[in-house]
Write a protein that binds this ligand. Structure first.
Ligand SMILES: NC(=O)c1ccc[n+]([C@@H]2O[C@H](COP(=O)([O-])OP(=O)(O)OC[C@H]3O[C@@H](n4cnc5c(N)ncnc54)[C@H](OP(=O)(O)O)[C@@H]3O)[C@@H](O)[C@H]2O)c1
Length: 361
């Protein structure tokens, strides 16, 4: 039987994450790009002209996008109704403007799958890593009630930084995680930059990324939360403390993690928990799901962003250097591709899960 397909709009299509969506959706088995949207600066231009020399993908602009005219994400929102079945949204605007824009689309009965942080704290908006908390999608019913919509809703993915360690901590929760300390080494594409547009990062490390440490510490608690009375109630632990650094890497966020447990596992127990960990995307064989979610490297000098970020098309999470620590129980290294698993790829996987569960019908 032919699988049901959906027409999709990409809002922020000219940006770093938007370009990933444009690339990932080329030939996607379920989702067909039907509209590309960006700011008024880009509106009315053909996509290649609107992107100009900002195109940062290693493959050329896909043929389907070359002839598409970019629409204005704010002024043309009403024109999208009936033209697309849902949108991906990744825009660089003020938080309150993004909140309003995403609610506007939801109220136009266009579901929004968002990479933006604006709605991550909204209690009835699910923030989902599909392998971990797909059950949070059940809160969408309460959100639709609040918004007064039948189809429209907002679902978000989490910040890119935590994709390098939360998937590694999650299968270890059975040992009772007491606390974790994390330092992230984050790629410049996470700031929407390339080496050409961020020359100050060459031969350098910038020890501050605005808002990132708070997101890295707080967002995991929503992901590990539960639904109660139409809202997601955050988990009250484990405590995570973080430092987030910008480093001269094009793509791929690395995390150095220290962790202590209530019941200290063996190293073999941790490796087994990682090797065995699979979620709904694997069970449902979703098109973008990595076959093996966590890849452990035995070599002391892995994982490395340059060598390992594209593991399973950039959708796997890599780990290495697991060993006992003198202050905490264990320490290890995590890595994930920030614009694939951490942004556009993670959002496409979330949309595949939403489609499989009938939320776009
Ligand atoms: N990069 C990452 O790894 C990453 C990871 C997770 C989440 N995110 C989040 O994803 C979002 C986008 O990030 P990015 O790195 O792709 O940013 P970016 O490269 O700066 O792109 C921003 C996009 O927003 C559009 N835009 C700006 N002002 C607009 C307006 N007033 N109305 C409509 N569109 C407007 C831009 O269109 P024009 O070209 O027309 O200006 C462009 O398409 C941000 O919220 C970011 O926090 C990024």
């Amino acid at each position: 039987m032919q699988k049901k397909t959906y027409r999709v709009g990409i809002v922020g299509a000219t940006g770093m994450v938007g370009q990933r969506f444009v690339t990932l959706l080329d030939g996607h088995p379920l989702f067909t790009p039907a509209a590309l949207l960006a700011s008024a600066r880009s509106a009315g231009k053909k996509y290649p002209e609107a992107v100009g020399d900002k195109w940062a993908m290693s493959s050329p602009i896909p043929a389907y996008a070359k002839d598409m005219t970019v629409m204005d994400a704010e002024a043309d929102a009403e024109k999208l109704a009936g033209k697309v079945d849902f949108i991906f949204c990744a825009v660089n605007m003020k938080k309150d403007e993004i909140r309003a824009l995403e609610e506007k689309y939801a109220k136009l009965e266009i579901p929004v799958v968002s990479n933006n942080s604006a709605h991550r704290g909204t209690p009835d908006v699910p923030m989902v890593i599909p392998e971990i908390n797909g059950d949070h999608l059940a809160v969408i019913g309460a959100q639709r009630k609040r918004l007064g919509t039948k189809r429209g809703f907002i679902a978000v993915k989490s910040n890119c930084s935590l994709q390098s360690y939360v998937p590694l901590l999650h299968p270890l929760k059975k040992y009772g995680i007491r606390c974790a300390a994390v330092t992230t080494y984050q790629a410049i594409s996470g700031a929407g930059k390339t080496f050409a547009t961020m020359p100050e990062i060459v031969d350098n490390v910038i020890p501050y990324i605005g808002g990132e440490e708070q997101k890295s510490e707080e967002e995991p608690l929503k992901i590990w939360g539960h639904i109660e009375n139409g809202a997601i109630v955050n988990a009250d632990g484990p405590v995570i403390t973080s430092q987030c650094l910008r480093v001269p890497v094009s793509d791929g966020h690395t995390a150095a993690v220290f962790v202590s447990f209530e019941k200290k596992p063996t190293k073999e127990g941790i490796l087994r928990a990682w090797a065995d960990f699979a979620g709904e995307p694997q069970a449902l064989a979703l098109p973008s799901a990595p076959k093996q979610f966590i890849h452990y490297f035995e070599e002391d000098n892995r994982p490395q962003p340059k060598l390992d970020r594209m593991t399973e098309n950039g959708m796997a999470v890599c780990a290495g250097r697991l060993r006992e620590d003198v202050l905490f129980d264990y320490k290890f290294i995590g890595l994930s591709h920030n614009t694939l698993r951490g942004a556009a790829g993670g959002a496409v996987l979330l949309a595949e899960l939403l489609a499989a569960k009938g939320y776009f019908d």
